[in-house]
Write a protein that binds this ligand. Structure first.
Ligand code: F6P
Length: 320
């Protein structure tokens, strides 16, 4: 029986556990012997790898994070450590890999393929939603729901206390989480790296609104802009409204995966196993324009992420 090992790598994301479960269960029905690698690339180097049991993957669908744990492992940049990883796989009869993570993890396995020709399939999972070529990455919907709940709660106190709140969302260099959250929560302001913002015109807009009776402001600011502190000070100093900053932080990475993340995990996992069965060697699973597919890792590595332009268009009025 051919060994197929499954790992989660990079920033954890809700939906990783359903994907692990589905990869194990489905690959077994296709004649593979599934293995689990713990702690991502660290476990690959340090041989923290074991054959998957039914118990390993039962009762994990609803759990946030990743039961396999994850890491960002700089040792994988060194050839001698990749050699160790290859020796570990060879000793266990593992000839194929599935990696659930982001573009950094895919790039690492691409290098591993170049070194040792171990085929892999990548399942996009990152709350940042910034992997080129796919409209969706596991974890995004759960993160958006966590943010929505937080912003709804903050709006209650903002309105009761006549205060502005600046809410900083994660996303690294991508403003997707901030933009969708701003639309979903009816925020008055949204600052993201994808859209040029104009404080002068926002000042005019808010001064008029305040004169017309506005008593609070919700501003969603993507961490990639680095503008959360400035915006909080600007609201106090330029608009004369008391303002507080809430940095949502890692709460956005946690939580039980939503239905969407669970179902997407199934689609991506079945496609990943099928891609390896079909003899593909380094494909990344995609969901693009409503269709599931795959794309070569080279496309991911050589492209820049493009944020959904229809969302960008809807948010432009929140930055001026
Ligand atoms: O990539 C996921 C992410 O949560 C980003 O949104 C954020 O910038 C980063 O990881 C935080 O990294 P760490 O967990 O290492 O602080």
């Amino acid at each position: 029986m051919e060994g197929l090992a499954i790992m989660t790598s990079g920033g954890d994301a809700a939906g990783m556990n359903p994907a692990v479960k589905c990869c194990v269960d489905y690959s077994r029905t296709k004649g593979f012997k599934p293995f689990l690698i713990r702690d991502g690339l660290r476990g690959l180097i340090d041989n923290d790898i074991s054959e998957a049991t039914k118990e390993d993957v039962s009762g994990i669908m609803h759990r946030g994070g990743t039961v396999l744990r994850s890491s960002r492992e700089p040792r994988f940049y060194e050839l001698e450590n990749r050699q160790k990883a290859y020796d570990n796989l060879k000793a266990l009869g593992i000839t194929k890999l599935i990696v659930i993570g982001g573009d950094g993890s895919f790039g690492a396995l691409n290098q591993f393929y170049a070194d040792f020709q171990i085929p892999f399939a990548g399942i996009p999972a990152t709350i940042d939603n910034d992997i080129p070529g796919t409209d969706y990455c596991l974890g995004v919907d759960t993160a958006l729901n966590v943010i929505r709940e937080s912003v709804d709660s903050i709006r209650d106190t903002a309105n009761s206390f006549s205060r502005a709140f600046v809410i900083e969302t994660m996303g690294r260099h991508c403003g997707y989480l901030a933009m969708v959250s701003a639309l979903a929560s009816g925020a008055e302001m949204c600052l993201v790296p994808e859209i040029e913002y104009d404080f002068e015109s926002m000042g005019k807009r808010f001064r008029k609104d305040i004169a017309d009776g506005r008593n609070y402001i919700i501003a969603i600011v993507a961490e990639g802009t680095n503008m959360a502190d400035y915006t909080t000070r600007w609201i106090k100093d330029s608009l004369g409204m008391d303002a507080r900053l809430t940095t949502l932080g890692h709460v956005q990475r946690g939580g039980s995966p939503t239905v969407r993340d669970r179902v997407m995990a199934y689609h991506f996992s079945v496609a990943a196993v099928d891609s390896l069965l079909a003899g593909q060697t380094k494909e990344i699973m995609t969901f693009k324009g409503g269709t599931y597919g795959t794309q070569p890792i080279d496309v991911v590595v050589n492209s820049k992420p493009v944020t959904d332009q229809s969302i960008v268009k809807l948010c432009k009025c929140l930055s001026v």
